[in-house]
Design a protein around this ligand. Structure first.
Ligand SMILES: Nc1ncnc2c1ncn2[C@@H]1O[C@H](COP(=O)(O)OP(=O)(O)OP(=O)(O)O)[C@@H](O)[C@H]1O
Ligand SMILES: Nc1ncnc2c1ncn2[C@@H]1O[C@H](COP(=O)(O)OP(=O)(O)OP(=O)(O)O)[C@@H](O)[C@H]1O
Ligand SMILES: [Mg+2]
Ligand SMILES: [Mg+2]
Lengths: 225, 225
Protein backbone atom coordinates (compact mmCIF):
# COMPACT_ATOMS: atom_id res chain seq x y z
CA UNK A 1 0.00 0.00 0.00
CA UNK A 2 0.91 3.65 -0.40
CA UNK A 3 -0.25 5.61 2.60
CA UNK A 4 -0.22 9.24 3.69
CA UNK A 5 -1.18 10.11 7.31
CA UNK A 6 -1.77 13.67 8.48
CA UNK A 7 0.49 15.01 5.76
CA UNK A 8 1.19 18.72 5.57
CA UNK A 9 3.22 20.41 2.81
CA UNK A 10 3.83 24.06 3.37
CA UNK A 11 5.97 26.38 1.27
CA UNK A 12 7.52 29.50 2.84
CA UNK A 13 6.29 32.90 1.70
CA UNK A 14 4.28 35.99 2.52
CA UNK A 15 1.91 34.37 3.35
CA UNK A 16 3.13 30.73 3.43
CA UNK A 17 1.35 28.41 0.98
CA UNK A 18 -0.19 25.32 2.53
CA UNK A 19 -0.22 23.13 -0.58
CA UNK A 20 -1.30 20.03 1.41
CA UNK A 21 -3.30 20.56 4.59
CA UNK A 22 -3.64 17.50 6.84
CA UNK A 23 -4.07 14.86 4.17
CA UNK A 24 -4.64 11.18 4.91
CA UNK A 25 -5.00 8.72 2.06
CA UNK A 26 -4.43 4.99 1.64
CA UNK A 27 -4.03 3.28 -1.73
CA UNK A 28 -3.98 -0.51 -1.77
CA UNK A 29 -1.91 -2.61 -4.17
CA UNK A 30 -3.59 -2.98 -7.52
CA UNK A 31 -5.85 0.05 -7.27
CA UNK A 32 -6.48 2.47 -10.14
CA UNK A 33 -7.29 5.93 -8.81
CA UNK A 34 -8.10 9.30 -10.39
CA UNK A 35 -7.06 12.51 -8.61
CA UNK A 36 -9.13 15.51 -9.61
CA UNK A 37 -9.53 19.10 -8.47
CA UNK A 38 -9.06 22.71 -9.54
CA UNK A 39 -5.85 24.16 -10.89
CA UNK A 40 -3.59 25.01 -7.95
CA UNK A 41 -5.48 22.79 -5.50
CA UNK A 42 -2.50 20.56 -4.60
CA UNK A 43 -2.75 17.52 -6.88
CA UNK A 44 0.83 17.55 -8.21
CA UNK A 45 2.10 18.24 -4.69
CA UNK A 46 0.10 15.24 -3.46
CA UNK A 47 1.59 13.04 -6.17
CA UNK A 48 5.14 14.26 -5.54
CA UNK A 49 4.81 13.52 -1.82
CA UNK A 50 3.27 10.09 -2.49
CA UNK A 51 6.10 9.32 -4.90
CA UNK A 52 8.76 10.50 -2.40
CA UNK A 53 9.95 13.27 -4.74
CA UNK A 54 9.01 15.81 -2.11
CA UNK A 55 9.27 15.50 1.66
CA UNK A 56 6.21 16.54 3.68
CA UNK A 57 6.49 19.36 6.21
CA UNK A 58 4.69 17.06 8.67
CA UNK A 59 3.06 13.64 8.64
CA UNK A 60 3.92 10.13 7.51
CA UNK A 61 4.45 8.72 4.00
CA UNK A 62 4.61 4.90 3.94
CA UNK A 63 5.50 2.79 0.93
CA UNK A 64 4.60 -0.80 1.85
CA UNK A 65 4.91 -0.03 5.53
CA UNK A 66 8.26 1.77 5.28
CA UNK A 67 8.18 5.37 6.54
CA UNK A 68 9.97 7.20 3.72
CA UNK A 69 9.43 10.64 5.18
CA UNK A 70 12.16 9.91 7.73
CA UNK A 71 14.61 7.94 5.50
CA UNK A 72 17.87 9.45 4.22
CA UNK A 73 17.77 10.72 0.64
CA UNK A 74 19.77 7.94 -0.99
CA UNK A 75 17.65 5.21 0.58
CA UNK A 76 14.49 6.96 -0.57
CA UNK A 77 15.94 7.33 -4.05
CA UNK A 78 16.54 3.57 -4.16
CA UNK A 79 12.94 2.75 -3.19
CA UNK A 80 11.67 5.23 -5.73
CA UNK A 81 13.87 4.07 -8.63
CA UNK A 82 12.89 0.43 -8.21
CA UNK A 83 9.23 0.72 -7.42
CA UNK A 84 7.74 3.95 -8.76
CA UNK A 85 7.26 5.21 -12.29
CA UNK A 86 6.53 8.93 -12.69
CA UNK A 87 4.84 10.72 -15.58
CA UNK A 88 5.54 14.40 -14.92
CA UNK A 89 3.23 17.28 -15.80
CA UNK A 90 6.15 18.91 -17.64
CA UNK A 91 7.84 15.81 -19.06
CA UNK A 92 11.56 16.46 -18.29
CA UNK A 93 12.87 14.49 -21.27
CA UNK A 94 16.60 14.67 -21.96
CA UNK A 95 17.24 17.06 -24.86
CA UNK A 96 19.63 15.85 -27.52
CA UNK A 97 18.81 12.18 -26.86
CA UNK A 98 16.52 10.20 -29.13
CA UNK A 99 13.08 9.11 -27.96
CA UNK A 100 14.22 5.48 -27.71
CA UNK A 101 17.25 6.45 -25.59
CA UNK A 102 15.09 8.65 -23.38
CA UNK A 103 12.79 5.69 -22.75
CA UNK A 104 15.72 3.27 -22.27
CA UNK A 105 16.88 5.52 -19.44
CA UNK A 106 13.89 4.17 -17.52
CA UNK A 107 15.63 0.76 -17.51
CA UNK A 108 19.15 1.85 -16.56
CA UNK A 109 18.89 0.84 -12.91
CA UNK A 110 17.16 -2.45 -13.52
CA UNK A 111 20.19 -4.43 -14.64
CA UNK A 112 18.82 -4.81 -18.18
CA UNK A 113 21.40 -5.23 -20.96
CA UNK A 114 21.58 -2.58 -23.73
CA UNK A 115 20.07 -4.66 -26.54
CA UNK A 116 17.15 -5.67 -24.32
CA UNK A 117 16.72 -2.06 -23.11
CA UNK A 118 16.43 -0.93 -26.73
CA UNK A 119 14.02 -3.71 -27.64
CA UNK A 120 11.72 -2.97 -24.71
CA UNK A 121 11.93 0.78 -25.31
CA UNK A 122 10.91 0.41 -28.96
CA UNK A 123 8.01 -1.78 -27.85
CA UNK A 124 6.92 0.83 -25.27
CA UNK A 125 7.04 3.58 -27.91
CA UNK A 126 5.03 1.48 -30.34
CA UNK A 127 2.36 1.01 -27.68
CA UNK A 128 1.89 4.79 -27.53
CA UNK A 129 1.90 5.13 -31.33
CA UNK A 130 5.45 6.43 -31.73
CA UNK A 131 7.13 3.58 -33.59
CA UNK A 132 7.82 6.06 -36.42
CA UNK A 133 9.60 8.58 -34.16
CA UNK A 134 12.01 6.46 -32.12
CA UNK A 135 15.19 8.28 -33.25
CA UNK A 136 13.76 11.81 -32.90
CA UNK A 137 15.07 13.88 -29.98
CA UNK A 138 12.46 15.86 -27.97
CA UNK A 139 13.01 19.13 -29.87
CA UNK A 140 12.04 17.31 -33.07
CA UNK A 141 8.78 16.07 -31.59
CA UNK A 142 5.34 17.62 -31.16
CA UNK A 143 3.97 18.41 -27.69
CA UNK A 144 1.80 15.33 -27.66
CA UNK A 145 4.64 13.14 -28.95
CA UNK A 146 6.87 14.34 -26.10
CA UNK A 147 4.11 13.56 -23.64
CA UNK A 148 3.82 10.04 -24.99
CA UNK A 149 7.60 9.53 -24.76
CA UNK A 150 7.36 10.57 -21.09
CA UNK A 151 4.57 8.03 -20.57
CA UNK A 152 6.58 5.26 -22.24
CA UNK A 153 9.66 6.09 -20.16
CA UNK A 154 7.73 5.97 -16.87
CA UNK A 155 6.19 2.60 -17.64
CA UNK A 156 8.99 0.69 -19.38
CA UNK A 157 10.52 -0.77 -16.18
CA UNK A 158 7.13 -2.13 -15.08
CA UNK A 159 7.18 -0.38 -11.69
CA UNK A 160 4.87 -1.52 -8.88
CA UNK A 161 3.42 2.02 -8.58
CA UNK A 162 2.72 4.41 -11.47
CA UNK A 163 2.04 8.06 -10.63
CA UNK A 164 0.86 9.94 -13.71
CA UNK A 165 0.39 13.73 -13.67
CA UNK A 166 -1.96 14.78 -16.48
CA UNK A 167 -0.66 12.07 -18.88
CA UNK A 168 -3.13 13.00 -21.65
CA UNK A 169 -3.31 16.81 -21.30
CA UNK A 170 -1.68 17.42 -24.70
CA UNK A 171 -3.21 14.50 -26.55
CA UNK A 172 -5.94 14.04 -29.14
CA UNK A 173 -8.59 11.39 -28.58
CA UNK A 174 -6.72 8.62 -30.43
CA UNK A 175 -3.50 9.07 -28.44
CA UNK A 176 -5.51 9.53 -25.23
CA UNK A 177 -7.17 6.18 -25.85
CA UNK A 178 -3.80 4.53 -26.52
CA UNK A 179 -2.36 5.86 -23.27
CA UNK A 180 -5.43 4.92 -21.21
CA UNK A 181 -5.47 1.43 -22.78
CA UNK A 182 -1.83 1.02 -21.79
CA UNK A 183 -2.66 2.15 -18.25
CA UNK A 184 -5.60 -0.25 -18.17
CA UNK A 185 -3.41 -3.16 -19.31
CA UNK A 186 -0.80 -2.44 -16.64
CA UNK A 187 -3.57 -2.27 -14.07
CA UNK A 188 -4.87 -5.66 -15.21
CA UNK A 189 -1.34 -6.98 -14.59
CA UNK A 190 -1.46 -5.75 -10.99
CA UNK A 191 0.21 -2.32 -11.20
CA UNK A 192 -1.02 0.29 -8.70
CA UNK A 193 -1.83 3.46 -10.65
CA UNK A 194 -2.71 7.01 -9.63
CA UNK A 195 -3.68 9.42 -12.41
CA UNK A 196 -4.11 13.17 -12.00
CA UNK A 197 -6.46 14.34 -14.70
CA UNK A 198 -8.63 17.31 -15.66
CA UNK A 199 -10.52 15.03 -18.07
CA UNK A 200 -13.80 14.25 -16.34
CA UNK A 201 -14.52 11.35 -18.70
CA UNK A 202 -11.22 9.69 -17.82
CA UNK A 203 -11.77 10.30 -14.10
CA UNK A 204 -15.25 8.79 -14.25
CA UNK A 205 -13.92 5.71 -16.05
CA UNK A 206 -11.55 4.75 -13.20
CA UNK A 207 -12.68 2.65 -10.20
CA UNK A 208 -11.97 5.36 -7.59
CA UNK A 209 -11.85 9.19 -7.59
CA UNK A 210 -10.15 11.37 -5.00
CA UNK A 211 -10.98 15.10 -5.10
CA UNK A 212 -8.48 17.70 -3.92
CA UNK A 213 -9.57 21.24 -3.01
CA UNK A 214 -7.39 23.93 -1.40
CA UNK A 215 -4.84 21.33 -0.24
CA UNK A 216 -7.42 19.07 1.42
CA UNK A 217 -9.07 15.83 0.35
CA UNK A 218 -12.58 17.08 -0.27
CA UNK A 219 -14.00 13.73 -1.41
CA UNK A 220 -12.93 10.13 -1.86
CA UNK A 221 -15.24 7.72 -3.67
CA UNK A 222 -13.68 5.04 -1.47
CA UNK A 223 -11.41 2.09 -1.24
CA UNK A 224 -12.57 -1.37 -2.41
CA UNK A 225 -12.84 -2.77 1.16
CA UNK B 1 -5.54 39.15 -42.95
CA UNK B 2 -3.10 36.36 -42.20
CA UNK B 3 -2.55 34.24 -45.28
CA UNK B 4 -0.56 31.13 -46.17
CA UNK B 5 -0.26 30.11 -49.84
CA UNK B 6 1.17 26.76 -50.92
CA UNK B 7 3.22 26.54 -47.75
CA UNK B 8 5.56 23.60 -47.23
CA UNK B 9 7.57 22.97 -44.05
CA UNK B 10 9.96 20.09 -44.29
CA UNK B 11 12.48 18.98 -41.67
CA UNK B 12 15.62 17.07 -42.74
CA UNK B 13 15.98 13.45 -41.69
CA UNK B 14 15.90 9.82 -42.72
CA UNK B 15 13.27 10.14 -44.09
CA UNK B 16 12.56 13.92 -44.13
CA UNK B 17 9.44 14.97 -42.21
CA UNK B 18 6.95 17.01 -44.21
CA UNK B 19 5.25 18.75 -41.27
CA UNK B 20 3.23 21.05 -43.61
CA UNK B 21 2.41 19.79 -47.08
CA UNK B 22 1.11 22.43 -49.50
CA UNK B 23 -1.06 24.40 -47.10
CA UNK B 24 -3.17 27.38 -48.14
CA UNK B 25 -5.22 29.22 -45.54
CA UNK B 26 -6.62 32.73 -45.20
CA UNK B 27 -7.76 34.24 -41.91
CA UNK B 28 -9.53 37.60 -42.05
CA UNK B 29 -9.26 40.28 -39.41
CA UNK B 30 -11.54 39.65 -36.47
CA UNK B 31 -11.97 35.91 -37.01
CA UNK B 32 -11.91 33.35 -34.20
CA UNK B 33 -10.68 29.99 -35.50
CA UNK B 34 -10.07 26.57 -33.94
CA UNK B 35 -7.30 24.35 -35.31
CA UNK B 36 -7.81 20.68 -34.58
CA UNK B 37 -6.21 17.40 -35.59
CA UNK B 38 -4.28 14.42 -34.26
CA UNK B 39 -1.10 14.62 -32.23
CA UNK B 40 1.82 15.11 -34.62
CA UNK B 41 -0.38 16.27 -37.50
CA UNK B 42 1.28 19.70 -37.93
CA UNK B 43 -0.86 22.13 -35.89
CA UNK B 44 1.96 23.76 -33.88
CA UNK B 45 4.07 23.94 -37.03
CA UNK B 46 1.17 25.67 -38.79
CA UNK B 47 0.85 28.19 -35.94
CA UNK B 48 4.60 28.84 -35.82
CA UNK B 49 4.70 29.51 -39.55
CA UNK B 50 1.59 31.75 -39.37
CA UNK B 51 3.17 33.64 -36.49
CA UNK B 52 6.50 34.03 -38.35
CA UNK B 53 8.39 32.06 -35.69
CA UNK B 54 9.33 29.52 -38.33
CA UNK B 55 10.13 30.10 -41.98
CA UNK B 56 8.44 27.84 -44.51
CA UNK B 57 10.53 25.63 -46.78
CA UNK B 58 8.36 26.91 -49.66
CA UNK B 59 5.32 29.11 -50.15
CA UNK B 60 4.15 32.54 -49.03
CA UNK B 61 3.23 33.86 -45.57
CA UNK B 62 1.52 37.26 -45.67
CA UNK B 63 0.66 39.38 -42.65
CA UNK B 64 -1.65 42.16 -43.91
CA UNK B 65 -0.29 41.81 -47.42
CA UNK B 66 3.40 41.83 -46.41
CA UNK B 67 5.31 38.72 -47.48
CA UNK B 68 7.15 37.82 -44.28
CA UNK B 69 8.62 34.62 -45.64
CA UNK B 70 11.12 36.71 -47.63
CA UNK B 71 11.81 39.48 -45.06
CA UNK B 72 15.06 39.66 -43.10
CA UNK B 73 14.89 38.31 -39.55
CA UNK B 74 14.96 41.63 -37.69
CA UNK B 75 12.13 43.09 -39.78
CA UNK B 76 10.04 39.97 -39.19
CA UNK B 77 10.77 40.17 -35.48
CA UNK B 78 9.46 43.74 -35.44
CA UNK B 79 6.19 42.80 -37.13
CA UNK B 80 5.77 39.88 -34.77
CA UNK B 81 6.53 41.80 -31.56
CA UNK B 82 4.02 44.54 -32.36
CA UNK B 83 1.20 42.56 -33.83
CA UNK B 84 1.22 38.95 -32.65
CA UNK B 85 0.71 37.45 -29.21
CA UNK B 86 1.78 33.82 -28.79
CA UNK B 87 0.63 31.28 -26.20
CA UNK B 88 3.13 28.45 -26.55
CA UNK B 89 2.36 24.78 -25.98
CA UNK B 90 5.28 24.65 -23.54
CA UNK B 91 4.95 28.11 -21.95
CA UNK B 92 8.61 29.36 -21.94
CA UNK B 93 8.20 31.55 -18.87
CA UNK B 94 11.35 33.17 -17.44
CA UNK B 95 12.47 31.24 -14.36
CA UNK B 96 13.40 33.28 -11.32
CA UNK B 97 11.05 36.14 -12.33
CA UNK B 98 7.69 36.65 -10.67
CA UNK B 99 4.46 36.02 -12.55
CA UNK B 100 3.74 39.78 -12.76
CA UNK B 101 7.22 40.47 -14.17
CA UNK B 102 6.86 37.63 -16.65
CA UNK B 103 3.59 39.15 -17.88
CA UNK B 104 5.04 42.69 -17.89
CA UNK B 105 7.67 41.45 -20.33
CA UNK B 106 4.82 41.28 -22.83
CA UNK B 107 4.68 45.11 -22.68
CA UNK B 108 8.40 45.91 -22.87
CA UNK B 109 8.42 46.84 -26.56
CA UNK B 110 5.24 48.87 -26.47
CA UNK B 111 6.68 52.00 -24.81
CA UNK B 112 4.60 51.47 -21.66
CA UNK B 113 6.04 52.92 -18.43
CA UNK B 114 6.95 50.53 -15.56
CA UNK B 115 4.10 51.49 -13.20
CA UNK B 116 1.55 51.09 -16.01
CA UNK B 117 3.16 47.78 -17.11
CA UNK B 118 2.73 46.48 -13.58
CA UNK B 119 -0.84 47.70 -13.30
CA UNK B 120 -1.86 46.10 -16.59
CA UNK B 121 -0.01 42.89 -15.79
CA UNK B 122 -1.77 42.53 -12.43
CA UNK B 123 -5.08 43.12 -14.19
CA UNK B 124 -4.25 40.45 -16.81
CA UNK B 125 -3.34 37.96 -14.07
CA UNK B 126 -6.55 38.71 -12.19
CA UNK B 127 -8.54 37.96 -15.34
CA UNK B 128 -7.09 34.45 -15.41
CA UNK B 129 -7.66 33.95 -11.66
CA UNK B 130 -4.07 34.49 -10.50
CA UNK B 131 -4.38 37.70 -8.48
CA UNK B 132 -3.16 35.72 -5.46
CA UNK B 133 0.00 34.48 -7.19
CA UNK B 134 1.46 37.61 -8.81
CA UNK B 135 4.80 37.48 -6.98
CA UNK B 136 5.38 33.73 -7.43
CA UNK B 137 8.06 32.68 -9.93
CA UNK B 138 7.18 29.81 -12.31
CA UNK B 139 8.84 27.12 -10.19
CA UNK B 140 6.51 28.07 -7.34
CA UNK B 141 3.42 27.67 -9.49
CA UNK B 142 1.30 24.70 -10.51
CA UNK B 143 1.19 23.52 -14.14
CA UNK B 144 -2.14 25.18 -14.75
CA UNK B 145 -1.02 28.39 -13.05
CA UNK B 146 2.04 28.55 -15.33
CA UNK B 147 -0.20 28.04 -18.34
CA UNK B 148 -2.40 30.92 -17.24
CA UNK B 149 0.62 33.20 -16.75
CA UNK B 150 1.64 32.35 -20.32
CA UNK B 151 -1.86 33.27 -21.52
CA UNK B 152 -1.80 36.58 -19.63
CA UNK B 153 1.63 37.45 -21.02
CA UNK B 154 0.57 36.76 -24.61
CA UNK B 155 -2.52 38.94 -24.34
CA UNK B 156 -1.40 41.88 -22.19
CA UNK B 157 -0.16 44.03 -25.09
CA UNK B 158 -3.49 43.64 -26.91
CA UNK B 159 -1.94 42.31 -30.11
CA UNK B 160 -3.89 42.36 -33.39
CA UNK B 161 -3.37 38.59 -33.78
CA UNK B 162 -3.39 36.01 -30.98
CA UNK B 163 -2.05 32.53 -31.75
CA UNK B 164 -2.75 30.16 -28.88
CA UNK B 165 -1.33 26.62 -28.82
CA UNK B 166 -3.40 24.42 -26.46
CA UNK B 167 -4.07 27.30 -24.00
CA UNK B 168 -6.27 25.15 -21.73
CA UNK B 169 -4.53 21.75 -21.92
CA UNK B 170 -3.52 21.82 -18.24
CA UNK B 171 -6.60 23.55 -16.87
CA UNK B 172 -9.67 22.50 -14.91
CA UNK B 173 -13.10 23.60 -16.10
CA UNK B 174 -13.19 26.82 -14.07
CA UNK B 175 -9.82 28.06 -15.35
CA UNK B 176 -10.67 26.86 -18.88
CA UNK B 177 -13.83 28.97 -18.77
CA UNK B 178 -11.88 32.00 -17.54
CA UNK B 179 -9.36 31.69 -20.36
CA UNK B 180 -12.03 31.15 -23.04
CA UNK B 181 -14.05 34.12 -21.70
CA UNK B 182 -10.93 36.27 -21.96
CA UNK B 183 -10.39 35.05 -25.52
CA UNK B 184 -14.05 35.75 -26.31
CA UNK B 185 -13.80 39.30 -24.91
CA UNK B 186 -10.70 40.05 -26.98
CA UNK B 187 -12.48 38.69 -30.03
CA UNK B 188 -15.44 40.99 -29.34
CA UNK B 189 -12.93 43.87 -29.31
CA UNK B 190 -11.73 42.91 -32.79
CA UNK B 191 -8.71 40.70 -32.07
CA UNK B 192 -8.01 37.96 -34.63
CA UNK B 193 -7.57 34.70 -32.74
CA UNK B 194 -6.42 31.20 -33.72
CA UNK B 195 -6.64 28.48 -31.06
CA UNK B 196 -5.11 25.02 -31.36
CA UNK B 197 -7.10 22.73 -29.12
CA UNK B 198 -7.72 19.04 -28.47
CA UNK B 199 -10.91 19.99 -26.60
CA UNK B 200 -13.75 19.19 -28.99
CA UNK B 201 -16.21 21.28 -26.95
CA UNK B 202 -14.03 24.36 -27.26
CA UNK B 203 -13.46 23.76 -30.97
CA UNK B 204 -17.19 23.40 -31.59
CA UNK B 205 -17.89 26.65 -29.72
CA UNK B 206 -15.76 28.76 -32.10
CA UNK B 207 -17.13 30.21 -35.37
CA UNK B 208 -14.72 28.31 -37.64
CA UNK B 209 -12.78 25.03 -37.43
CA UNK B 210 -9.76 24.05 -39.52
CA UNK B 211 -8.70 20.39 -39.39
CA UNK B 212 -5.07 19.36 -39.92
CA UNK B 213 -4.13 15.79 -40.83
CA UNK B 214 -0.65 14.59 -41.83
CA UNK B 215 0.50 18.13 -42.61
CA UNK B 216 -2.45 18.96 -44.84
CA UNK B 217 -5.64 20.93 -44.30
CA UNK B 218 -8.17 18.15 -44.33
CA UNK B 219 -11.21 20.33 -43.67
CA UNK B 220 -12.12 23.99 -43.20
CA UNK B 221 -15.60 24.89 -41.99
CA UNK B 222 -15.12 28.09 -43.96
CA UNK B 223 -14.55 31.80 -43.85
CA UNK B 224 -17.42 34.18 -43.08
CA UNK B 225 -17.57 35.56 -46.64
N1 LIG C 1 12.55 19.91 -35.83
C1 LIG C 1 11.88 18.81 -36.27
N2 LIG C 1 12.53 17.85 -36.97
C2 LIG C 1 11.86 16.77 -37.40
N3 LIG C 1 10.54 16.53 -37.23
C3 LIG C 1 9.84 17.46 -36.52
C4 LIG C 1 10.46 18.63 -35.99
N4 LIG C 1 9.52 19.36 -35.34
C5 LIG C 1 8.36 18.67 -35.44
N5 LIG C 1 8.56 17.53 -36.15
C6 LIG C 1 7.54 16.54 -36.52
O1 LIG C 1 6.55 17.24 -37.29
C7 LIG C 1 5.25 16.73 -36.97
C8 LIG C 1 4.31 17.88 -36.66
O2 LIG C 1 4.67 18.48 -35.44
P1 LIG C 1 3.70 19.51 -34.71
O3 LIG C 1 4.41 19.96 -33.48
O4 LIG C 1 3.28 20.58 -35.66
O5 LIG C 1 2.44 18.61 -34.36
P2 LIG C 1 1.10 18.97 -33.56
O6 LIG C 1 -0.04 18.78 -34.49
O7 LIG C 1 1.25 20.30 -32.88
O8 LIG C 1 1.04 17.84 -32.46
P3 LIG C 1 0.53 17.85 -30.92
O9 LIG C 1 -0.96 17.81 -30.98
O10 LIG C 1 1.12 16.56 -30.41
O11 LIG C 1 1.09 19.06 -30.25
C9 LIG C 1 5.41 15.78 -35.80
O12 LIG C 1 5.22 14.44 -36.26
C10 LIG C 1 6.84 15.96 -35.31
O13 LIG C 1 7.45 14.73 -34.96
N1 LIG D 1 7.63 25.91 -4.39
C1 LIG D 1 6.44 26.52 -4.15
N2 LIG D 1 6.39 27.63 -3.38
C2 LIG D 1 5.20 28.23 -3.13
N3 LIG D 1 4.01 27.81 -3.59
C3 LIG D 1 4.00 26.70 -4.36
C4 LIG D 1 5.20 26.01 -4.70
N4 LIG D 1 4.88 24.96 -5.49
C5 LIG D 1 3.54 24.99 -5.66
N5 LIG D 1 3.02 26.06 -4.99
C6 LIG D 1 1.61 26.40 -4.89
O1 LIG D 1 0.96 25.28 -4.31
C7 LIG D 1 -0.35 25.14 -4.87
C8 LIG D 1 -0.55 23.69 -5.30
O2 LIG D 1 0.30 23.39 -6.40
P1 LIG D 1 0.11 22.05 -7.25
O3 LIG D 1 1.19 22.07 -8.30
O4 LIG D 1 0.06 20.88 -6.36
O5 LIG D 1 -1.33 22.26 -7.91
P2 LIG D 1 -2.14 21.33 -8.93
O6 LIG D 1 -3.39 20.90 -8.27
O7 LIG D 1 -1.24 20.28 -9.50
O8 LIG D 1 -2.53 22.36 -10.09
P3 LIG D 1 -2.65 22.18 -11.69
O9 LIG D 1 -3.94 21.49 -11.93
O10 LIG D 1 -2.65 23.61 -12.14
O11 LIG D 1 -1.46 21.43 -12.17
C9 LIG D 1 -0.44 26.11 -6.05
O12 LIG D 1 -1.35 27.15 -5.69
C10 LIG D 1 0.96 26.64 -6.23
O13 LIG D 1 0.96 28.03 -6.52
MG1 LIG E 1 -0.37 19.98 -11.37
MG1 LIG F 1 1.48 20.88 -30.92
Amino acid sequence: ALELRDVVKEYPGQPPVRALDDVSLRIEHGELVAVVGPSGSGKSTLLNVMGTLDRPTAGVVEVDGVDTARMPDDAVAGVRARRIGFVFQQFFLLPGMSAVDNVANGLLYQGVRPAERRRRSIEALERVGLGHRIEHPPNHLSGGERQRVAVARALVHRPAFVLADEPTGNLDSKSTDAVMRLIGDLHDDGTTIVVITHDTAIAASLPRQVTVFDGRLQHDSGTPR
